[in-house]
Design a binder for this molecule. Structure first.
Ligand code: CU
Length: 115
């Protein structure tokens, strides 16, 4: 009877570990939403095109209405700071841009520096 209980606990532990393992290693793409300064369809197109080229980025959607850029990425290759920096490099300030960071705005008509 005691053996059975140990077996049962061992089984539960293995099941738990397998679940954990799946969460951590399988289907491990992450998604982040970054509020970004852009204001036209051209900005949307530029962000989506250029961010898609960034290593580890799986998909990019820039919502012109909400100004939120949704990025699916491989967390082994990218993180919040790198993605924010990639947006800056393309020419778009975002919510993670540190004060004083110089960003060469990709929008020629834009209101640079304004939120
Ligand atoms: Cu623009």
């Amino acid at each position: 009877m005691k053996n059975l209980r140990i077996l049962f606990i061992a089984f539960l532990s293995v099941a738990f570990l397998l679940t954990l393992n799946n969460k951590v290693f399988a289907g491990n793409d992450k998604e982040i939403k970054i509020k970004t300064e852009f204001h036209c369809a051209n900005g949307k197109a530029t962000i989506e095109k250029e961010m898609a080229k960034v290593d580890g980025v799986k998909s990019v959607v820039a919502d012109l209405e909400t100004k939120v850029v949704t990025i699916k990425y491989d967390p082994a290759k990218q993180d919040k700071d790198k993605l924010a920096a990639a947006l800056e490099k393309i020419g778009y300030k975002n919510e993670f841009t540190k004060p004083g960071t110089k960003v060469k705005s990709a929008c020629s008509h834009g209101e640079e520096g304004k939120k």
